[in-house]
Every structure is written in structure tokens, then in C-alpha cells.
Design a protein around this ligand. Structure first.
Ligand code: DSN
Length: 443
């Protein structure tokens, strides 16, 4: 950062402060990770200066010889890693990628079918607040009371509504997804199956979750979650997709550019290329299996401490915890945990009676802490710190006579934390853990 420090101390200091925050806390938001410094360097490179509308060898501006090579290398790495015949590496992020994928095969007004947001779906899977439900006719499936995808209900809903697109792949779903079952349902109604593997892309690449490639027509993913690349996205087309529609690759490319985007971010594409190279190593395969082992160990340790894990455990990198038995809201819990250095997010639980801004649960995952080198045994002190935090804050709440409803007030939450001295001690324990497992620079 020698140039930045010289030229703009203010921003430089903030970047240093953010790195320190990441060093000194546990990143347990399941969609976050820490990239290698190599990925950071590619993203921060002069490639960001280049405008490259179009695709390799078919651009609209001059000066493309080098960036063409970068995009082709990145495409080839993605195709080889996931085993697909076509990929578009230009989507700016996951939300535009999904919209671009839908618009490639559906017209405004057509029906799309995704999982309800509060049960683990994504905004762009047709949630009411998302443009995807304004552009398309969105019908939504749900999970069972136990939190598992209700495949029979998915099939009934599909038969009733004959969607053009069925979306499978989620942001807060802790279980293995039965791609084959989804494909069978999509086939019965003639729908495209779009799988959004943003959360589990790394797990799929490294063999820690079954791949949707034999079943999906189109696969969307971000690149910055378990795949551990820069913030970006990709849309892949499978052989099955090309069998359904031989024009599919072309339709996807046109939908990305010029359909929805302008110039691709070549610096990000280079960073994706670097990450894909890292993800094709044996080291990465070990890493993603460790993510899952850590998540299972953490869920088991939390369950022993009477935390209610939605679906009773996890098969992947994340878990959702229903905190209603702890008499503490998700938001209060997430904020208290931030004070001790455990960073996760408050989250709805399936059929949550509470609203999304103050829901009943939290969501947490292990990609970030596994990148620091943590193993199963290291999950116990994290579960213990979470237990101690929740117990101490709940006790203060009881002592002060605040209700579950009172917790929705920020002033109440602040008072709760100020009057819970135990948080300072727990903070020290987490800091010691962070020091033992520093953020790694390379892999
Ligand atoms: N915001 C992402 C997540 O946290 O899962 C999804 O887009």
C-alpha cells in the first residue's frame, strides 16, 4: 500500500483498520471468506483501467490482446474445474447473474419458481422485494416444518404453475440438495433448471457437495464465498442445457452483454482466474472437506449446549440456529457476538413468526475460519464462547426485566451489553483464538 499511504492516508488507514478487524475477529458469515493476497493483487491491478465490452476476439474497443487472454484463461479454468462446456465470467455479482440467467430463457411475465426467502432462498429467487418478482410471475416453494426442502410440494407447485424456470440452490440451507430430484421435477413440466451454487461453489469444486452439472441446464454462482475468489460471478451452461437448447450459450452471453451489463471488470475476471487455479489444487480439496467437517463439529458442539440447529445439523458449510429457546432475538445475539469478536448475521428461521429485521435466529458458517487453518477441535471454544455470550446477555435481560419485545429497541440492546461485564472476558478468549490462527496470505 505504499502509494495509497502516501497519497490518501485517510482511506489507507481505514483499509488497515478493516484488515485488523478481520484479523481480530472470527468471520463466520457463511457467505464471506478471505482471499489470498494473489487474488487481491490481481483485483487491485491495472486491468481495471481497461474497457472491454464484448467477448474475447469480438470486442467493441481496441487494445484487447492481453485482456482477451485473461478472459480466455479464466473461462478455461472454470470449464475444467466444474466440467461444463460453456461459462460466462463477466457478471458483476450474483444478483445480476441470476437476473441475466432468467432473462436468457424467459420473457417478462413468465413464471419462475424459487424457495421462500425466509426459509433460505435468495432475494433474486423471486422474493417480493426483488425486481425478479416484478419482472416475472414468481411462485415460491417452501421447506417442511423441520426445515428440509419439501420436494413433493415442489413437484405439486410446479405441476400447478408450469414455471418456465425452477431455481434450486440457496443462501441459508444447511442440507445437501437433491439435484436429481429437482431435475426430474423440471423435466416433468418442461422447465429450465437453474441451480444457484453461490454458497457451495467451493464445496462443489472440491467434491464436498454433489455437483449439479449432470442435472442443471444453467448454473449461476458468485466467486467470493466458499470458492474464495474476488467479488464476482459466473454463469455456466451444462451439456444438458445445450441438449435442451443448442442456443443456450449464446443466449446467456447476449443476456449478460449487451442485455444487462456494459464493460466487464477485467481486474475481477483476472482475480477469478487466480482463485480458480487455487481451487484446482489438492490443498483446496482438503480445505473444502475441512469446512464441512468443521461445520458438523460446530453444529454438534452447539447442540450439546442446547442451541436448536434448524434441521438438526448440517451437511455443508453453514447452519441456522433458532434462538427462541434462549429467550434472545437473533439481532441481539448477533450484536452481542460482534462485541466478543464472532461475526455472523441474524437470520429468519423457517416459518419465523418474527420479522426479517428482528428475526428469531442467526446464521453462521465455517469457510472463513477454516481458511485460517482451524480444525474440528477448534470449534468447541467457539461454541463455548457463543453459549457464554448468550447466557450472560439473557441473564442481564432477566435481571433488568426487559421483554422479548423490548429487545427490538436499540437503546435496550445497548444497555444490555453495557451491563453484561462477562462480554469483555469472552472477547479476550476470542482474541487469543484469532492470534493463534492468523489470516493467511497465501494457500
Ligand atoms: N448476501 C449473500 C449471503 O449472505 O448469503 C447472498 O447474496
Amino acid at each position: 500500500m505504499k502509494f495509497l499511504t502516501k497519497e490518501d492516508q485517510q482511506i489507507a488507514d481505514l483499509i488497515v483498520a478493516e484488515r485488523k478487524r478481520q484479523e481480530e475477529s472470527l468471520q463466520m458469515i457463511p457467505s464471506e471468506n478471505t482471499t489470498s493476497r494473489a487474488v487481491e493483487e490481481a483485483v487491485g491491478s491495472s486491468l481495471g483501467n481497461k474497457y472491454s465490452e464484448g467477448y474475447p476476439t469480438k470486442r467493441f474497443y481496441q487494445g484487447q490482446g492481453i485482456v482477451d487472454q485473461i478472459e480466455i484463461v479464466t473461462q478455461n479454468r472454470a470449464k475444467a474445474l466444474f466440467g461444463v462446456p460453456h461459462v460466462n465470467v463477466q457478471p458483476y455479482s450474483g444478483s445480476p447473474a441470476n437476473l441475466e440467467a432468467y432473462l436468457a430463457v424467459a420473457e417478462p411475465g413468465d413464471t419462475i419458481m424459487g424457495l421462500v426467502l425466509s426459509s433460505g432462498g435468495h432475494l433474486t429467487h423471486g422474493a417480493q422485494a426483488s425486481a425478479t418478482s416484478r419482472i416475472f410471475n414468481s411462485v415460491q416453494y417452501n421447506v417442511t416444518q423441520g426445515g428440509f426442502i419439501d420436494y413433493e410440494a415442489v413437484e405439486l407447485l410446479a405441476k400447478k404453475n408450469k414455471p418456465k424456470i425452477i431455481i434450486a440452490g440457496f443462501t441459508a440451507y444447511p442440507r445437501t440438495i437433491d439435484w436429481k430430484r429437482f431435475a426430474a421435477i423440471a423435466d416433468k413440466v418442461g422447465a429450465y433448471l437453474i441451480t444457484d451454487i453461490a454458497h457451495i461453489a467451493g464445496l462443489v469444486a472440491g467434491g464436498a457437495h454433489p455437483s449439479p452439472v449432470p442435472y442443471a441446464h444453467i448454473i449461476t454462482t458468485t466467486t467470493h464465498k466458499s470458492l474464495r475468489g474476488p467479488r464476482g460471478a459466473m454463469i455456466m451452461v451444462t451439456e444438458r442445457g445445450l441438449e435442451k437448447n443448442p442456443e443456450l450459450a449464446n443466449l446467456i452471453d447476449k443476456s449478460v452483454f449487451p442485455g444487462a451489463q456494459g464493460g466487464p471488470h477485467m481486474n475481477t475476471i483476472a482475480g477469478i482466474g487466480v482463485a480458480l487455479n487455487e481451487a484446482s489444487t489438492k490443498h483446496f480439496v482438503k480445505y473444502v472437506h475441512q469446512i464441512v467437517n468443521n461445520a458438523k463439529a460446530l453444529a454438534a458442539a452447539l447442540e450439546k449446549l442446547d442451541f436448536q440447529i434448524v434441521t438438526g445439523g448440517t451437511d455443508n458449510h453453514l447452519m441456522v440456529v433458532d434462538l427462541r429457546n434462549k429467550e434472545l432475538r437473533g439481532k441481539t445475539t448477533a450484536e452481542a457476538l460482534e462485541l466478543v469478536g464472532i461475526i455472523l448475521n441474524y437470520n429468519t428461521v423457517p416459518f419465523d413468526p418474527n420479522p426479517p429485521f428482528s428475526p428469531s435466529g442467526i446464521r453462521l458458517g465455517t469457510p472463513g475460519i477454516t481458511s485460517r487453518g482451524m480444525k474440528e477441535a477448534d470449534m468447541k471454544p467457539i461454541a463455548k464462547a457463543m453459549h457464554e455470550t448468550v447466557t450472560a446477555v439473557a441473564a442481564t435481560k432477566k435481571k433488568l426485566g426487559f421483554s422479548y419485545e423490548d429487545e427490538r429497541k436499540k437503546s435496550v440492546r445497548i444497555e444490555l451489553f453495557e451491563k453484561t461485564p462477562e462480554l469483555k472476558k469472552i472477547r479476550k478468549d476470542i482474541l487469543a483464538l484469532c492470534k493463534k490462527f492468523p489470516l493467511l496470505d497465501s494457500y
